[in-house]
Design a protein around this ligand. Structure first.
Ligand code: ADP
Ligand code: TRP
Length: 334
């Protein structure tokens, strides 16, 4: 599905607060989340329960979670149109995850690539990590979400969500809305300074909210080949050009490509141009971020409002689900 065709839908997505956000996260996910808020009913949350599978330091989890909220707002999240909230402000997701797990075959989770990948990276294989897709399914299903914009790496988690929702509906009646994934376009795979996919786990990221000096250091580290300065260079094989594409106008991009092809233009020159564009691109966001950091009360207010909206929605679905499965209820939370 093309993004321009997505209108009037219930959109949901989550982002883990597992570290400082980088330009791969922005161009690959956040920018699309922000775009979708214009024509849709969007809920975005900070997956702090999920982050507990990898972060056990209380202070770090708190800081990272708040930082993601500040970054989203600085990058254009509009609190008037959409809701931003902490996953843990809707604790009912853990209850729904349990209910979903009662209809989920073990094999479905055993086949999850992300679990296997994480274990191979040395993350301890806890039950939480194994059950990660159950909580993710609950995150989605608890709001009757219709569309879930995610990167390709999350595709299987969405398939698991759909399978589980269908199975639940077979067992308990039509209670859950089966969502569609919207896989963010491949063009958005942003390379890191070493040429691999940019990712925190590869240590090859460029952060948007860092100092000029830090950004300069990262940009200067971008891998290049040993073509001499005077020789022509292939713009289609350059990480510099790939990143420049994200922040430059089509004319500016064309100009840089020409310079590559003409020769007499070194990688050092190209890196300087990239650095200036990259820095300027995020300048308004950087300013906004500074304002937000000085006004954390406003950030809390946004998160409170988002949590209220999300919880209200979740309660409607949970009442329906509890009733469908036959749970008796004698105590209502005030
Ligand atoms: P990381 O790989 O740095 O741990 P995450 O897995 O937390 O990043 O990704 C958060 C979101 O950003 C996901 O939707 C993911 O698809 C997107 N994303 C991360 N890195 C990139 C990248 N290099 N290019 C495009 N999108 C990315
Ligand atoms: N697993 C997602 C990631 O690592 C984050 C996430 C958790 C999520 N729950 C979700 C994304 C629900 C979309 C919908 O990127």
């Amino acid at each position: 599905m093309e993004q321009s065709k997505i209108v009037n839908k219930r959109i949901l997505s989550g982002i883990q607060p597992s570290g400082i956000l980088h330009i791969g996260n922005y161009f690959g996910a956040i920018r699309q989340h922000i775009e979708l808020q214009k024509d849709n009913d969007c809920l975005y949350f900070i997956a702090n329960y999920h982050a507990m599978t990898t972060i056990s330091d209380r202070k770090l989890l708190r800081e990272n979670s708040l930082m993601v909220a500040v970054d989203y707002l600085a990058l254009g999240f509009d609190a008037e149109r959409a809701a931003l909230f902490m996953q843990s402000d809707v604790p009912e997701v853990a209850e729904l995850a349990w209910m979903l797990s009662t209809v989920t075959p073990m094999g479905l989770l055993e086949r999850a690539h992300s679990y296997k990948d994480k274990i191979s990276k040395g993350i301890s294989p806890t039950h939480g990590l194994f059950a990660y897709p159950m909580l993710m399914a609950a995150d989605i299903l608890i709001y009757d979400s219709e569309i879930v914009p995610v990167g390709k790496d999350q595709k299987q988690h969405l398939e698991i969500t759909r399978d589980v929702a269908e199975k639940f509906n077979v067992v308990h009646g039509q209670v859950l809305v089966v969502p569609d994934a919207y896989i963010l376009p491949d063009v958005a795979v942003v390379p890191g300074v070493d040429g691999q996919k940019m990712s925190k786990s590869y240590g090859n990221t460029i952060e948007m909210f860092c100092t000029y000096k830090q950004m300069k250091n990262k940009v200067m580290r971008i891998v290049t080949d040993s073509t001499p300065l005077e020789a022509p260079k292939d713009p289609d094989k350059s990480v510099i050009v790939d990143l420049y594409k994200l922040v430059a106008s089509p004319e500016e991009l064309q100009e840089m490509r020409q310079k590559f092809l003409a020769g007499g233009y070194g990688y050092g020159h190209a890196k300087k141009e990239l650095l200036e564009k990259l820095w300027a691109y995020f300048e308004p966001h950087r300013r906004r971020r500074q304002e937000l950091e000085n006004n954390l009360d406003y950030v809390s207010q946004v998160l409170r409002k988002g949590a209220e909206k999300a919880r209200e929605r979740a309660q409607i679905v949970m009442d329906r689900v509890r009733d469908a499965v036959g749970l008796l209820r004698y105590h209502q939370a005030k």
